[in-house]
Design a protein around this ligand. Sequence first.
Ligand SMILES: Cc1ncc(COP(=O)(O)O)c(C=O)c1O
Length: 424
Amino acid sequence: MSKLALLGGEKTVKIDYETAGNLPCVNEKGLETAVDLMRKGQISTSPLVKEFEKRFAEYIGTEYGLCSNNGTSSLHEALFAAGVGPGDEVIVPSYTFWATAGPIVSAQGNPVFADVDKETYNLDPKAIEKNITSRTKAIMVVHVWGNPADMDAIMAIARKYNIAVIEDCSHAHGAMLNGKKVGSIGDLGCFSLQASKTMPGGEGGILTTNNREYFERAVALGHYERLADLPEDSDYRKYSLTGMGYKYRIHPIAVALASSAFDELDERNEIRNRNGKALEKGLEGIDCIIPQKVLDGAVRQYSYHFATYDETKLDNIPLEVFLKALKEEGVACGFCGYGRLHKAPLFTERDNFRHVELPVTEYLATHTFMMAPRFEKECPELIDQYIEAYHKVVNNADELKEYAAKNEDLNAAANISGRSINLL
Ligand SMILES: Cc1ncc(COP(=O)(O)O)c(C=O)c1O
């Protein structure tokens, strides 16, 4: 058995990810379109914005699309559109980026954190129903790591209680459930176009909906200059001097970049998915690694590749030590960072905050990890080296256990819930 790189052996992953597996986040067409906009002086508004909104909404399967300056603003718009206001409760997971819940505060609502499913990492419909009160106005669903949530069950609950559903699709551009794209299943969808996403504009967001009233309210919140374009009978045209006090317009250059990335989205998703599945296939039989479960009827996108580490299946070797060994082999892996929002002072210091126990979320916060970077290109040799590295680390559990015993500081770190590394 070859010696672990951690203990002085040869590193397994020798192929450079940046050359073999990654792509520049801006493609050539994006660069050209951005320069063209600058030459034309379209650096604040541009017809490209509405063109892109139309194309993206058609792709998702909604009547309306609305760009904004980031995904966080789109989420604020969606909450305002759904009528969330002072004292209203919004059910939301804690296993997500802060911006899923932060805008609930901006909308003057109260986030109510609900637990997630241990296998899909997405909101657990049973936990949603348990948390519904007469104040519940919306459910904020995240398709975390590109994996569609159980929208059938969630929509059934929402319809039963007459509550709006907002989908945070920031990780899930192009993901589908039962033939429908995420972002068209709930009442509103929101997609981040930030640089680390699969349709990057640098900073930007896009909201999707089939509901005219919701669209017009979203426009009213952050796009005063577009209110005059609404139909004559719109209730919101009267706000065109001021909007609602926010200015959420997207930079046209972000649209140039995102719309060029959008042209390649399906093709890129296919490659990423093939690569993600190849890695998981190669790791079958390693029982300390449990891949994120995908629901029947769902097409997930491997926009991010996370899994659960079960230390009880590997001699109780802490995740810290496991990841350190993988990193030394050349695997780009890391901790999660999600699952701590229900303890964040932004929320807990608020009046009426509902303190909750979220055992599954807390487990996932300390047991999920990033397995690999996004493989953007066909790179079978690189993926094979990743697979080999994982097998090597697992097959050297005895040495690793000894290493863990000698490195108590790493073990101690394993007991701190919510590690500091956050990719986003
Ligand atoms: C799940 C999730 N929601 C919302 C956002 C917010 O998007 P943005 O960074 O574009 O504001 C992000 C982006 O990082 C995210 O990952």
